[in-house]
Design a binder for this molecule. Structure first.
Ligand code: PAF
Length: 282
């Protein structure tokens, strides 16, 4: 397994592989890997000749210093997990200086309003920060395929738009959310939950599945407020949003159309830890 810390090292290796016309799969991560990430890496291995995993906790996508500082980090364990899948995987684990040269900046993009909905309302500039680093990584690696998780569905739509805006030649592959036995979507942040709250978090996915069933039974008779009240009644749980939006525009519509797809998005703040999830309704 090759672990690179500098852009120069990566460029040298990438140039070599480009010459051989091999396909390259990129899995961008912020580390603290869990089986959700590992499923992306395994997919990338199935599809590509060369796989790169990047591990970088990107400061510009955090709008809260405390959140950035408490983001779980475990590099040794991450490398161990990657090696267990295959020692043919390459890892790029740059320092902040390597990426931002001592001056973390973010580019501002026109995401057609996708960044103003859902997470965007609670995390100003979060998606500009995500797009800045993803754009950097895509131009460095020029991958044939890049892998992202459906759990961060809004992020995947932002990256789709970025790919359009910057005319990047890459295939984006969205992989299904991996869940705990109780339905909780895997996230590096789950490590910060108490055992009790982790177990109670089953209510999040249960609510989404309930909403999916209700939507397909009678989409005009949904009682979202009742679901919110139920979640808010759990000790330490506070709903930030629960919304049904158009699967493409991520906007709320006044009436559901039979020709469109809809997705429910949820964010619950559990004692300061924000848990997000989503489900395709039809
Ligand atoms: O989903 C994540 O872990 C991050 O937002 C990403 C895509 C690696 C960019 O920092």
């Amino acid at each position: 397994m090759i672990v690179c810390r500098t852009i120069l090292e990566v460029s040298r290796l990438i140039n070599k592989s480009n010459r051989l016309r091999q396909t390259l799969g990129l899995v961008p991560t912020m580390g603290s890997l869990h089986p959700g990430h590992l499923s992306l890496i395994s997919k990338a291995l199935q599809h590509n000749d060369i796989v790169w995993v990047t591990i970088f906790v990107n400061p510009t996508q955090f709008n809260n210093k405390e959140d950035f500082n408490s983001y779980p980090k475990n590099l040794e364990h991450d490398l161990h997990l990657i090696k267990k899948i295959s020692n043919k995987i390459n890892v790029f684990q740059p320092s902040e200086t390597e990426i931002y040269n001592g001056n973390p900046f973010l580019k501002k993009y026109d995401f057609n309003g996708l960044d103003l909905e859902l997470e965007g309302r609670f995390r100003v500039d979060h998606y500009n920060g995500v797009a800045t680093i993803v754009s950097r990584l895509l131009s460095l690696f020029e991958p044939s395929n890049a892998y992202f998780g459906e759990k961060d569905y809004q992020q995947t739509q932002i990256i789709n738009r970025l790919i359009d805006l910057e005319k990047i030649d890459v295939n984006m592959i969205i992989c299904p959310t991996v869940r705990e036995k109780n339905g909780l979507a895997l996230s590096s942040r789950n490590k910060l939950l108490s055992i009790k709250n982790k177990s109670k978090s089953s209510i999040i996915y249960e609510s989404l599945v309930f909403l999916q069933k209700s939507f397909n039974k009678n989409r005009n008779k949904l009682n979202i407020e009742k679901i919110k009240l139920k979640i808010n009644s759990v000790n330490d749980f506070e709903i930030e949003y629960l919304e049904i939006v158009n699967n493409k525009s991520l906007q709320i519509e006044l009436e559901f159309s039979d020709n469109e797809s809809y997705r429910a998005f949820i964010c619950v703040n559990v004692n300061g830890i924000r848990l997000i999830d989503n489900i395709l309704l039809n």
